[in-house]
Design a protein around this ligand. Sequence first.
Ligand code: AMP
Length: 189
Amino acid sequence: MLNIVLFGPPGAGKGTQSQKLIEKYGLIHLSTGDLLRSEIAGGTALGLEAKKLMDQGLLVPDAVVIGMIDSKLNANKEAAGFIFDGFPRTIAQAEALDALLAGHDEDISCMLSLRVTEEELTKRLLLRGKNSGRPDDQDESIIRKRIHEYESKTAAVAGYYEKQDKLREIEGIGAIDSIFAALCAEIEA
Ligand code: AMP
């Protein structure tokens, strides 16, 4: 299996690049943000709880997202591989992901990390808020909170994969297709 963690702050382009990667490599896209938004849309108890945190730009508890990933891995045992988008976001999630994959005799192939400046991220997220209607993209203070959550809890996850010699950094500003080409070059290397 080809198992990729697509990493970077909110607005780095993970969703856009994931769509292109799943098409090219036939992978299954596992976005915990998308899974949570579909729980919210379905009006489930989990969705209602998660929404309170998401609307404030805070992370939802590790156990919630780990449980979601666990059930998706079990439901897709024949997959060619997975793209993890927006997960893991804490060291505890990264450790849990390694343990879950080990249970399927699998592991992470690499982490591809998109590098984008905070100024560019804020600009992109506010623009996305106008087009997508995502509540957590509408307000600059919530966006800053999400970037702060990234810096305080998530950025360290790159170090976790660096220790396993799996971290690859890619410039995330530029044309979508040239960023995609750089990602593919890393995967094929
Ligand atoms: P995203 O679509 O990845 O930007 O995620 C939107 C929101 O969902 C985040 O701001 C968090 O509140 C929540 N979320 C998504 N993925 C995770 C995760 N792996 N751990 C904790 N919270 C998450």
